[in-house]
Design a protein around this ligand. Structure first.
Ligand code: CP
Length: 312
């Protein structure tokens, strides 16, 4: 899909995908996010970069991390924030998404954060937005979750410096994962070539470059980063993958399996986790886990994206 996220001057105006993001823009976002990052327990500073602007948050799918962190990010930059309760919005009465955009734009919204299960929605909204209005994808079907990709590489960068030498194992339902697609795009921009995918054959991707394994142990050998993905239980019910116990036996990350990765390998998970299925609590809460760092970095990354898009 051709992205219209750049304006006529070649500046990033929307954030819809990482697929065509120049390395310079990615690095600038990571540097900015690193400045916004706050250590756990420290007071979060406030900024006035978005003072006088209004951010609308529209989630058509459930979310805990992404929605909350976008709200926090916008508020910490000084914006007014409107989070639409879609269960009580006029989309329930059949109003189209583009009409909802026009309606909210008429109330002087400056930036829309959108999560939707249909492919193409962020792009469509970007095409219909007023010239000064920005659209950020907070998750598009199985296709893209650009701010998740950014927070993932920011987290990796805090632990591992040289992306070109990294071996990254991504495990689980990769075929249906927007998280995996955006992570792979970000890693590719940063020069990571050794990306391995592990999971049941039915859930391995056919559109991503990387080595594919149905044997998870082989994918983990010598990995620097182990990225576990949420197993989507609805796919078990549809018979696409084995039952929970069998899935866990073949593709769950536990202490014995993690020993196959490099000493000092980091363990990531975008959340929400199915503890005891794709990952044991011992690992999720253990010393190699950076899962809660990913969550914290989500706020910093979303601040960086909004600050960059809205800067004059
Ligand atoms: N990682 C992620 O997108 O989590 P949420 O669905 O809770 O936003």
């Amino acid at each position: 899909m051709t992205s219209s996220q750049f304006n006529a001057k070649g500046r990033l105006h929307h954030l819809l995908t990482l697929a065509d993001l120049p390395r310079d823009s990615l690095m600038a976002l990571l540097e900015r996010a690193a400045q916004f990052a706050v250590k756990p327990g420290a007071a979060a500073p406030r900024f006035d970069l978005l003072t006088g602007t209004t951010v609308a948050i529209l989630f058509f799918e459930p979310s805990t991390r992404t929605r909350t962190s976008f709200e926090l990010a916008a508020r910490r930059l000084g914006a007014e924030v409107i989070t639409l309760d879609l269960a009580f919005s006029s989309t329930m009465k059949g109003e189209s998404l583009v009409d909802s955009l026009y309606t909210l734009q008429a109330m002087n919204m400056d930036l829309f954060v959108v999560r939707h299960g249909e492919p193409g929605v962020p792009e469509t909204l970007a095409q219909h937005a007023l010239p000064h209005v920005h659209i950020i994808s907070a998750g598009e079907a199985h296709i893209s979750h650009p701010t998740q990709g950014l927070l993932d590489v920011l987290t990796i960068r805090q632990h591992k410096r040289d992306f070109e030498k990294l071996a990254v194992a991504i495990v689980g339902d990769i075929r249906h994962s927007r998280v995996a697609r955006s992570a792979v795009q970000a890693l590719a921009i940063l020069g990571t070539r050794d990306i391995r995918f592990a999971g049941p054959a039915e859930l391995l991707p056919d559109d991503l470059a990387g080595e594919k394994f149905t044997n998870m142990d082989k994918a983990l050998e010598g990995a620097d980063v182990v990225m576990m993905l949420r197993i989507q239980k609805e796919r078990m019910q549809a018979g696409l993958i084995p039952d929970e116990r069998e899935y866990s036996r073949r593709y769950g990350l536990d202490g014995a399996r993690l020993k196959l990765a490099k000493p000092g390998a980091i363990v990531m998970h975008p959340g929400p986790m199915n503890r005891g299925v794709e990952i044991t609590s011992e690992i999720a809460d253990g010393p190699q886990s950076v899962i809660r760092e990913q969550v914290g970095n989500g706020v910093a990354v979303r601040m960086a994206v909004m600050a960059m898009l809205m800067s004059k």
